[in-house]
Design a binder for this molecule. Sequence first.
Ligand SMILES: NCc1[nH]cc(CCC(=O)O)c1CC(=O)O
Length: 342
Amino acid sequence: MPQQVRIGTRASALALTQTGHVADALADLADLAVETVRVRTQGDRVRASLASLGGTGVFVTALRDALLDGRCDVAVHSLKDLPTGPADGLVVAAVPPRADARDALCARDGLTLATLPAGARIGTGSPRRAAQLRALRPDVDVVDIRGNVGTRLGRVRGLDATTVATGSQVGPDAPHPGVATDAPRGDLDAVVLAAAGLGRLGRLDAVTEWFAPDVLAPAPGQGALAVEVRTADAAADTPLAHALRALDDPPTRRAVVAERAVLARLEAGCAAPVGAWGRVDDATGALALDAVVAAVDGSRVLRLAARGAADDDAAADALGRQLAEDLLAAGADRLAPLGPTR
Ligand SMILES: NCc1[nH]cc(CCC(=O)O)c1CC(=O)O
């Protein structure tokens, strides 16, 4: 008899694909019968700008509640949407191998950040992306936008003929009711999105430029997933627990632990103009970490790097915290709105 496992997911096209990948991977690793359960989160219901929602956890809380009250056994999150604090009774049991951590520009007419005209309108809901875009091109107009990936692509002039192939953007599963039909279309010259999300949705065709992480620092955890379960279930001697241990990728986990430690020490959430990029060197096992704090108006960008042995998660965490200390010593908190309430 296979072990029955219910895997909870948001209903957005992106969440459904991510969850589907994890469900397939788990089922390949052990004798599991995996069933998907859809959960609606505050981030899906509320249309206000993400920055104004006050950030941490809007996409996550409802999934965690579903885990805790037993409506599902496994939850899949985008790691960058996961608050840095621990959740009582729950544990991230697996961080699968990371996809592309980079941000990508999706512009009309094949344009890049360098070739977009002065005054070009670039959409993003992320203060981190806005700040770094303004620093790179002070003459562009960064526009605050929301909505799922298909909606955002639809706002780029010339990119609006196609929609995300793998998920419905309207109807009962629409994560942002009304947004798909109400949002203006073709009113922007470009948007910036995570390459990982575009890749998972089969929309890399829309990318006109990939930003190297040392040009535009990605969000801590970008491109990585977190597979969360009840603490007792992670430690159990069950097919699910074995599959989770096999799915976990220690180099990815160490990199994102370090990135998220920067965010935690800065007491910053996903709405802060903070970027971090960690990676473990295959040959030496060393962990390299870059971190950026930017003034939202783009007038200053503070960028520091660190490197360490990071043999385990605790060492990765310490490396990230130390880099955050160095950023604070260099004036990060005078540059950007940090702190838990922002
Ligand atoms: N906050 C929304 C969100 N959360 C995760 C991703 C993309 C996938 C990832 O970063 O792993 C996105 C969309 C985007 O930033 O373009």
